[in-house]
Design a protein around this ligand. Structure first.
Ligand SMILES: Nc1ncnc2c1ncn2[C@@H]1O[C@H](COP(=O)(O)OP(=O)(O)OP(=O)(O)O)[C@@H](O)[C@H]1O
Length: 588
């Protein structure tokens, strides 16, 4: 299949931000793509080669890409670098340079999707000292045969700059329309996706065998399942309204969610955003085998740092030490953890997703032998408001953030945030209720003691529908000297020459970042704002929403991607639940 078909679609898509039009362009492309090529197209559209959890990264340094472009165009590195400084968009530069070249030479060959994909795959697999040179050669050979439009997109993909604003769900919509004739069937595709977290696999199945193929999607070992999420509630009464008479109340520990896959000796761990995090937890890999009865099993757990002497739970930040690559062995010694299992998703080749919570809990207790390292999450059954209160009190006294309330007859709803799981935290009793996880999109230089570092950060929420990052506040409090230094370092890698087009804000930051780092913020309330763009026009025409008195809690949510940040719907729910919001300003 000609790569130009994909490149043309990408060009059309770059010129619109309307979801319906984006979807239609994808539908048109999918309809002419054969089944064996569709997974490649789907990955490339998202600038990937495989699903994220497989960790296959294209990863080309811009320097190498520039060298390759120079080699295939005959235009000097210096000139390309100057162009790049002017536009800040490597894709645009590549198109422009190739344009100049095609005026003087003939194209030798049509490039195909297969060739682009396979070349990029080879590049991703190259490792070692001499690999840079090989990578450069592979890229320049592709660019040699590419048209300016094709070359522009190849350049964007290899430097991770393809930003089309298409979330997974837009692709699922388009697949559903292209291969089943209607968007109505999207839930069937979504189910398959939630179970395997691999859009390529889903696209192949539905394009080849239609809806029937989706029914066969099963939980499989070493394919992470998209996690079930909880809704917030503010009081035991609210929990009872949503869940009925009797339900389970578990400890809500403040650690990192880990999906544990075990087959014999092999153990793989996935994070909340389905990244492979096995290398951060060598202690889980080493110790967990003896606690698990089944040889083939998938479980969910919360890994929590503990004080080795007292057994007390420590705050989430202590797990941060595990993210420093060369210090993991030391972190394992200095910041020991326990693993607290709270769900089981597969045992002995059988999926547990359709079993009720009560049945899964029984299986869990049967399959985990507790020891000093592996625990089953404490749980009690609760019937009345006062029992919920007691269990919250008890959990907090044991060092938890709060409790998780779970409906006894509910299946495991992969990928869904629904009423079957509720979270009740201690902070829920104050004004705003919950903390928010927001994306750092910009920064303002500091003055006085903060000179030479950032004095405040500009934060955005995630607009799931539009795949945009509208700003919600500027935050300058809650930082320690240490955290300011840490931010300065972490954010240095994320600086962009120009503002990412997905960031929307009425403020001009001194520095803009790739929207990637997620941090936790508390605030006193949500108010209407002429400057910030979250939920623009949703409550009042011409106004967005902003946080009042925002404060950094000290938590960098390193296990969340920016797409997992607090979204607009959640912010609207919080806004509407504030007591002072008058009835006519509520939206439904
Ligand atoms: N008993 C438990 N059952 C389920 N999750 C638990 C439990 N104890 C702790 N957790 C953790 O709590 C998280 C959900 O609550 P939290 O308010 O921290 O949400 P979050 O991480 O900000 O957002 P999200 O709900 O999007 O995961 C889970 O993802 C999991 O990591």
């Amino acid at each position: 299949m000609k790569f130009s078909l994909v490149a043309d679609t990408l060009s059309y898509m770059e010129n619109t931000t309307k979801r319906l039009e984006l979807t239609q362009h994808l539908v048109d492309l999918f309809k002419i793509t054969p089944p064996d090529i569709i997974p490649k197209v789907v990955y490339l559209l998202q600038g990937k080669l495989r699903p994220d959890h497989e960790g296959v990264e294209i990863g080309i340094a811009e320097k190498i890409a520039i060298k390759a472009l120079s080699k295939s165009s005959g235009i000097s590195i210096r000139k390309i670098e100057d162009e790049y400084k002017d536009t800040g968009d490597f894709g645009q530069v590549a198109s422009k340079i190739l344009e100049q070249k095609t005026q003087t030479t003939f194209l030798s060959e049509n490039i195909t999707v297969e060739r682009v994909y396979e070349t990029l795959y080879k590049i991703a697999e190259l490792k070692g000292a001499r690999s840079q040179d090989m990578k450069m050669k592979y890229i320049s050979s592709l660019l040699n045969d590419a048209t300016p439009t094709e070359g522009g997109f190849i350049a964007k993909i290899i430097t991770s700059n393809l930003r089309l604003g298409i979330a997974d769900y837009t692709i699922l919509d388009a697949l559903s329309i292209a291969y089943t004739g209607s968007k109505e069937n999207r839930p069937a595709l979504e189910h398959a996706y939630n179970v395997c977290s691999d859009l390529g696999k889903v696209s192949f199945a539905v394009s080849k065998n239609g809806l029937d193929a989706l029914r066969d999607f099963q939980v499989t070992i070493f394919s992470p399942i998209r996690p079930m999420l909880a809704e917030r509630v503010k009081s035991p009464q609210e929990a009872h309204e949503k869940m009925g008479l009797e339900f389970a109340s578990e400890y809500k520990l403040d650690g990192e969610r880990v999906q544990v896959h075990r087959q014999g000796e092999k153990i793989v761990l996935y994070s909340r955003s389905l990244e492979n995090i096995t290398s951060y937890y060598p202690d889980i890999v080493e110790n967990i085998g003896k606690a698990l009865k089944s040889d083939e099993i998938i479980l969910e757990a919360e890994a929590v740092a503990i004080n080795d002497d007292t057994g007390e739970f420590l705050p989430f930040q202590e797990l941060m030490h595990r993210r420093r690559k060369y210090k993991i062995a030391q972190a394992v010694q200095e910041y020991p953890i326990t693993v607290n299992f709270f769900d089981v998703l597969l045992v002995d080749k059988k999926s547990c997703l359709d079993l009720s919570y009560a049945e899964r809990r029984k299986l869990l207790e049967k399959n985990v032998t507790e020891d000093t390292f592996a625990k089953v999450m404490p749980m009690v059954l609760v019937k009345s408001d006062s029992e919920v209160e007691d269990s919250l009190e008890n959990a907090i006294n044991s060092g938890c953030e709060g409790i998780m309330l779970k409906q006894l007859d509910s299946p495991y709803r992969a990928g869904a945030r629904a009423n079957n799981w509720l979270k009740l935290k201690r902070e829920y009793r104050n004004e705003l209720g919950d903390s928010l996880d927001l994306v750092v999109v910009g920064a303002f230089y500091g003055r006085g003691r903060r000179t030479g570092r950032y004095g405040a950060l500009l934060l955005s929420a995630y607009d799931t529908e539009a795949d945009m990052f509208p700003s919600i506040c500027k935050v300058g409090t809650g930082f320690t000297d240490e955290s300011l230094d840490q931010f300065y370092q972490i954010l240095a890698d994320k600086i962009t020459v120009k503002k990412d087009p997905r960031i929307q804000s009425g403020l001009e930051a001194d520095v803009w970042f790739d929207p990637e780092v997620v941090i936790e913020i508390v605030a006193s309330e949500i108010t209407l704002s002429p400057i910030h763009k979250v939920a623009m026009d949703k409550i009042r025409k011409g106004s967005g929403l902003a946080l009042r008195f925002p404060k950094f809690t000290g938590k960098i949510r390193f296990e969340k991607t920016s797409e997992n940040a607090t979204n607009i719907e959640e912010i609207l729910t919080l806004y509407n639940s504030q007591k002072r919001v008058v009835q006519d300003e509520k939206i439904n």
